[in-house]
Design a protein around this ligand. Structure first.
Ligand code: G6P
Length: 610
């Protein structure tokens, strides 16, 4: 995913920009570049394929000094990774721009600008924006006006930072669908796509909102909203406790990571959806070609990632109408399997280094398939390097061995992917818009669930003295039940099993008594009434039920039935929201039992050996 850094100062900004880019390396990228306005009011630019270190080597001693500049790490979407396609892009030699996101209507704008005499040197959508702004600059002679007018023509998702040699003392930035934050300094100001990039120079940040456009000067920051009204955005101090390697105010990494979910789900969505659509190109330059004609999806994963794959199967078959198989990697790799040539082979892995998952991918490559795709959290991992198409989850480093935020961001990425695939298979625009809207609501819904932390901690006391537990769910909530049971057994060492609720009568009911708590997830979907009958079956055998139910589902607490009401959510996104209370339940049970929550016995975060 692309990264942006910018600075306006009195001092030379080259070092600030390079350090910012280094701090964005974790996002994954294929080239890097920088443009700076020098003391003679000229723009100097350097771009390199490969690492930020290569860019640093290229500019050392080459006079890329100046007090205003922008820099970028690029992850190719339009056009191959190359020096010509790397950012910053320029219009003539006076305007430079960096861009994060996708411009959907760039082809049509490119034709229009070409006809007007603008010359294109790259294959990127970004260069179109550079020329469009330069064209407006010639009319208005104001960079701010030019950006403000030009972006009205853009469709898609973008964060932009623009400098112009005729106005050397400031930069203009804006955001629409891709993240951008302003770093507030003393006598200097900064911008970046992620505040982590700016931590060496400031700890005060303004988070731009969708549609905001900001004029960044050394001593002033002016922001207008999408209606061109002046607005103030609060300055928020970065708490170093938020640093990935620190627990901060939290007792355990696991709890911290559970609470990070609203932010990282949003980050996984940003730049990939508009208000109504998924941006297919944000999934990679080749996404359109590779997804066309996919007739089957084979998902391979281990552990929690496997559960994410199981949820995705329900989505892929329902929304895209494409058959989908899911298998744990260690099984798949040791059996004779048949892979159709038009299969999309999809590996899901937080670490990208799980030995079985990688072995399955390598084996399948020999058998042949249409394309290999990865959903992964670690850029540069083996899985990412060996796949044709990659969707990075933006969970950030996950330290707790029991996976939490990695799972919900995997699900978010998988749903975005499903919508892209479904579009090739006739999904109606209105249905896509409805689900995109549901995705955009996820951060606030997860926040509402996190607010139940105290109530869930109270509920967890009922599990302390139990040795066994049963988790039930139907449809896409069955894998959520599996994930809930996995969390409980991993960190509290209570034996936990999950069943599709309809299987209750076929065995597990024999185990139900007052000593076997039964946990159920009950969103308000078409299976609710069936699930309620299953609950009755448990109740009739003296089992104690713990039900996480939609507040509108009319599941009432009574003797032996504890109900935790959850916000009403779209049926498609409910697996993501309903996972969170089960994470909290396991966490609190483990804390009560005094186990090593972050590093449970016998388990490893990344299983790189068989
Ligand atoms: C280990 C971890 C789990 C993880 C699984 C798969 O078992 O403890 O949290 O789900 O590996 O790992 P991956 O990195 O491939 O998602």
């Amino acid at each position: 995913m692309c990264g942006i850094v910018g600075a306006v100062s009195e001092r030379d900004v080259q070092g600030i920009l390079l350090e910012g880019l280094r701090r964005l390396e974790y996002r994954g990228y294929d080239s890097a570049g920088m443009a700076v306005i020098d003391g003679r009011q000229a723009i100097n630019r350097a771009r390199e394929v490969g690492k930020v270190a290569a860019l640093a080597d290229a500019i050392t001693g080459n006079g890329l000094e100046g007090a205003a500049g922008i820099a970028h790490t690029r992850w190719a979407t339009h056009g191959e990774p190359s020096q010509i396609n790397a950012h910053p892009h320029m219009s003539g030699d006076r305007l430079a721009i960096v861009h994060n996101g996708i411009i959907e209507n760039y082809q049509e704008l490119r034709e229009e600008l070409k006809a007007e005499g603008f010359e294109f040197t790259s294959q990127t959508d970004t260069e179109v924006v550079a020329h469009l702004i330069e064209k407006q600059f010639r009319l208005s002679n104001s960079l701010y006006e030019a950006v403000s007018t030009a972006i009205e023509r853009l469709r898609g998702a973008f964060a932009l930072a623009v400098i112009h040699a005729d106005e050397p003392d400031h930069m203009v930035v804006c955001r629409e669908g891709s993240p951008l934050v302003v770093g507030v300094g003393i006598g200097e100001n900064f911008i970046a796509s992620d505040q982590l990039a700016l931590l060496p120079v400031t700890d005060r940040f303004m988070f731009l909102e969708e549609g905001d456009i900001a004029d960044i000067r050394r001593d002033r920051i002016e922001i207008h909203d999408r209606n061109k009204q002046p607005v103030e955005r609060a300055v928020i101090r970065f708490e170093h406790s938020q640093d990935a390697a620190e627990k901060g105010e939290y007792r355990h990494f696991m709890l911290k990571e559970i609470h990070e979910q609203p932010r990282v789900i949003r980050a996984t969505t940003e730049g990939r959806v508009t208000n109504t659509r998924v941006l297919e190109q944000a999934l990679g330059t080749q996404a359109g070609n590779l997804l066309e004609d996919v007739r089957h999806v084979q998902i391979i994963a281990c552990g929690t990632s496997y559960h994410a794959g199981m949820v995705a199967r329900y989505w892929i078959e329902e929304l895209a109408g494409v058959p989908c198989s899911v298998e744990v990697a260690s099984e798949f790799r040791y059996r004779k399997h048949v892979i159709q040539p038009d299969t999309l082979f999809l590996c899901i892995s937080q670490s990208g280094e799980t030995a079985d998952t990688l072995a399955a991918l390598r084996q399948a490559k020999k058998a042949g398939f249409r394309a290999a795709m990865a959903i992964c959290n670690v850029p540069g991992s083996s899985l990412v390097r060996e796949s044709d198409l990659v969707i990075m989850t933006q969970a950030g480093p996950e330290i707790g061995v029991a996976s939490t935020k990695a799972f919900t961001t995997q699900l978010t990425a998988l749903l975005i992917f499903t919508l892209a695939l479904a579009r090739h298979n006739g999904l109606e625009e209105s249905r896509e818009a409805e689900i995109v809207e549901a995705i955009r609501l996820l951060p606030s819904q997860v926040d509402q669930v996190l607010a139940l932390d105290g109530d869930i901690a109270e509920m967890s006391k009922s599990f302390m003295d139990k040795n066994h537990s049963l988790f039930l769910g139907r449809g896409a909530m069955f894998p959520v039940a599996l994930e809930g049971a996995l969390k409980l057994k991993e960190i509290s060492y209570i034996h936990a099993e999950a069943y599709p609720a309809g299987e209750l009568k076929h065995g597990p009911l024999a185990l139900v008594d007052g000593e076997m708590p039964v946990v159920t997830v009950a969103p308000n979907n078409e299976l609710l009434e069936k699930l309620k009958s299953n609950l009755e079956e448990v109740r009739a055998r003296g089992g104690e039920l713990f039900v996480f139910a939609d507040q509108a589902a009319d599941v009432r607490p009574q003797e032996g039935i504890h109900v935790m009401p959850l916000p009403s959510v779209h049926p498609i996104t409910s697996p993501i929201v309903y996972t969170v209370p089960l994470q909290l339940l396991s966490y609190h049970v483990a804390v009560l039992k005094g186990t090593d929550v972050d590093q449970p016995r016998n388990l490893a975060k990344s299983v790189t050996v068989e």
